[in-house]
Design a protein around this ligand. Structure first.
Ligand SMILES: [Zn+2]
Length: 112
């Protein structure tokens, strides 16, 4: 998963260890901040780049650091997995079936 620009410089995409998750406020999908937070909470995640910030589990990051790459990743969240977790194909929390189900949980009863 990656475009031509990624193919030239980002080997994690070429290995199948990274995906770009679109932040698109015009759809019902989750906001990039939510995608990034969910990615950090998932044990498969090795590295996340989102909106000018980077987080890397292997560095022992406890928080985001500024990201100075040419692409600030303001329109998509770059999520890279640990190669050892490659075999775990369980769906990610932002996948449409899970995200849509979570959003359709019944709301509180109307009190009128
Ligand atoms: Zn990417």
């Amino acid at each position: 998963m990656g475009d031509a620009a990624h193919a030239k410089r980002d080997s994690a995409h070429n290995r199948g260890d990274a995906a770009d998750v679109t932040h698109d406020e015009t759809t019902a999908g989750p906001h990039g901040d939510v995608i990034a937070a969910l990615a950090l909470a998932d044990p498969r995640t090795r590295l996340v780049i989102w909106n000018g910030r980077i987080w890397n589990r292997e560095r022992g990051d406890k928080a985001w650091r500024p990201y100075a790459g040419a692409n600030s990743h303001a329109t998509h969240v770059h999520v890279e997995i640990l190669p050892a977790r490659r075999g775990d194909a369980s769906p990610w929390p932002w996948s449409p079936e899970i995200w849509t189900a979570a959003r359709s949980w019944p709301s509180a009863p109307d009190q009128t």
